[in-house]
Structure formats: C-alpha cells, structure tokens
Design a protein around this ligand. Sequence first.
Ligand code: BV8
Length: 241
Amino acid sequence: MNIVVLTGAGVSAESGLGTFRDKGGLWAKYDPMKLATPEAFAADPAAVYAFYNARRSNLLTAAPNVAHEALTRLQTGLAARGGRLSIVTQNVDDLHERAGSRDVLHMHGELLKARCLSCHAVSEWRADLGGTDRCPACSAVGWLRPHIVWFGEMPFNLGEIQTLLSEADLFVAIGTSGAVYPAAGFVQDARMYGVRTREMNLEPSDNHYRFDESAYGSATGIVPRWVDGVLAAIDARGEAA
Ligand code: BV8
C-alpha cells in the first residue's frame, strides 16, 4: 500500500511551534507579505532575518510529538509489509526527521538551512543568520538567506510530489488549513489520479469538501490511532501492503 502524507503546521503545534492561521498564529502577529516574500527580504533584510532567527531558536528547544512518531511508525511498518509512506511537508522544522522519518520532502524549505545567493550552496545553519555571515561553501560575506520558500517563489520537489501522488493508494493531509497553493491543490491532483483522499485536522480545512473521508481532533490524538488502524487492517487482510 502506498500512502502520501502532506503535513502542515498543525502537526507541529503540540510541539510548541506556532501555526500560521490559527487565532494567535504567526500571521495574526506578523504580516506575511512583510516577512515571507523576496520583496520583503530585499526591502528589510534585518526584519526577515530576525523573524526566522526567533523561529529557529524556538525550534531548537522543541521536540517531536507522538504524531510525528506515529508517522515514523507507519513509514517503517509499511516498508516492512512491502508498502511505502512518503512524507511531504509544508513545515520548515525538522521534527519529522528527529522522530526518525526518512526522505521527508520539505516543499517550503528548511529553517535549519541557509542558502547562498552568490554560489547557491545550501548549508546547515543552526545559529542566528544575518547580513554579515559568511557562506561555508564560497566564503562570500553577506549573501546568505533563509532556505525558505517565500510567497511568490517556486516550492521545491513539485515534480517528485506529482509522481508520488500518481502512484499512491491514499493521500492524507494532516494539520493543514488548505490555504496555500500549490500544496492545497494536491487533494485535487490525487483525485484526478483516482487516489482515495483523507483529511485529518483540528477542524475542517478550507478544502475539506474535496476529501473522501476525514477525522477531526488534535494530531497527537487522532494520528497514532489512525496509524494503528492502517497497520492492523493490512495484517488482518493477511496480504503484503
Ligand atoms: C507559488 C514560508 C508559483 C515559510 C510559506 C494558486 C496556485 C499557485 C499559487 C497560488 C495560487 N493562489 C495563490 C497563490 C500564491 C501563493 C498562495 O497560495 N497564497 C495563498 C495565501 C492564497 N502561493 C505561493 O506563493 C507559493 N508559490 O505559487 O509559486 C507557482 C505557481 C503554480 C505552481 C507552482 C508554483 C509559495 C507558497 C509557500 C509560501 N511560504 N511560508 C515560513 O515562513 O514558514 S506558506 C506558510 O503556510 C507555511 O509554509 C505553511 O506551511 C503554509 C501552509 O500553512 P499550514 O501549514 O496549513 O498552517 P496553518 O496555520 O495555515 O494551518 C494549520 C492547521 O492546523 C489549521 O487548519 C489548524 O486547525 C490545524 N491545527 C492546529 N493545531 C492542531 C491542528 N491540527 C491538528 N492538531 C493540532 N494540535
């Protein structure tokens, strides 16, 4: 059985990382158009560096939660049964990886990486990032930006994601408001490929009506239960995943 999971900020919410569009979320406090666009970075790099530095230091004190761990269990469980779980995430944190998940596709980039605008190298970056930092690859000073996909920029791995969707038996969106494209359009792509779709979220998302099935509640409450059910159903059928 091949499953593609798309995660959003809701899967990391119970790890203490802010979501974007919930009450009190990041975009309630900050204007995304003033912080998460290339124009914003060009106009006021210090403000954009500070925004991501605050989130990076918050991430370094956070830990994966049982929803991240359940998805790792599903990934290893499906592989052991001849199936596959592909994790595509809109999140820029590394909590899926720290929970043990592999080959995670970060379509909106990664908070713990910096990209050089001079040599284009992407480097691990866990400290504060600013306009006087030196690129570890080419030593250029002042050319590093957060390795984040901002509004108006092309997300990463879109071709690979479409291939994974076309090969899936099930597409599951977890902890996302369905507000940002092209990620929010993946459910329509999956349906076009004839793939069953499921939404799991705290509340119905903007595109909840496009899903075949849904479950609502906190990610730490509903994801582990769902994973146990998927693996048990495969074993009950007694067939390879
Ligand atoms: C692009 C930066 C060209 C990183 C982000 C149509 C087609 C294509 C593009 C567009 C289009 N229409 C409009 C656009 C432009 C734009 C867009 O979508 N705008 C929106 C606002 C209308 N898209 C873009 O600019 C994208 N690039 O289009 O390039 C192109 C065109 C065609 C095809 C390809 C390319 C770039 C988008 C990426 C922008 N970068 N962030 C950062 O700062 O982190 S977006 C930002 O929103 C985050 O990355 C985040 O991941 C993303 C999505 O948010 P969610 O993860 O869903 O988080 P949110 O808070 O919204 O929701 C959380 C959910 O969790 C809620 O529903 C809540 O109920 C739930 N929840 C809360 N707690 C829990 C929970 N669930 C379970 N348990 C809990 N405990």
